[in-house]
Design a protein around this ligand. Structure first.
Ligand SMILES: [Zn+2]
Length: 138
């Protein structure tokens, strides 16, 4: 099974759960496991906890994988990856904070480097204008 079809299957299971309301909760006693977040009993085949909504399956979407998140944050979308980090089921609270903080630091560092490059460029531009005998700020 490909990852894409697996996530489609998970999505369908979630929908299935939403279509079957409260009546299901009666058969909690037998075949049930604990939610890994709120520790209340749920069906073993539940993908999401019916009490707190925590995802139970380990095979979460690849987008939330730490490797994907790091590539996204440091190469493509920067601080916009932080919401994904916070929702990732692969990271605990402490690692989420560390990664978000690192992304934030990296963002400010990048902005600072752009600023450092931009200031000399503007100075050179003004020197060039003065040499050409042009006046005014820009
Ligand atoms: Zn739960």
């Amino acid at each position: 099974m490909t990852r894409a079809s697996a996530s489609v299957l998970l999505w369908q299971q979630k929908d299935f759960r939403l279509l079957e309301p409260v009546v299901e909760e009666k058969k909690e006693d037998k075949s049930s496991t604990q939610c890994r977040k709120c520790h209340r009993s749920i069906n073993p085949d539940d993908v999401y906890c019916r009490h707190c909504g925590e995802r139970q399956s380990q095979s979460a979407h690849w987008l939330y994988h730490p490797f994907t998140l790091i590539i996204l944050a440091f190469v493509f979308i920067g601080p916009f990856a932080i919401p994904l980090v916070m929702r990732s089921p692969f990271l605990n609270k402490r690692n989420k904070m560390i990664l978000s903080f690192t992304i934030t630091l990296y963002t400010f560092f990048t902005l600072y480097m752009v600023y450092r490059i931009l200031i000399p460029a503007i100075d050179q531009w003004q020197e060039l204008r003065e040499e050409l005998g042009l006046t005014g700020i820009y």
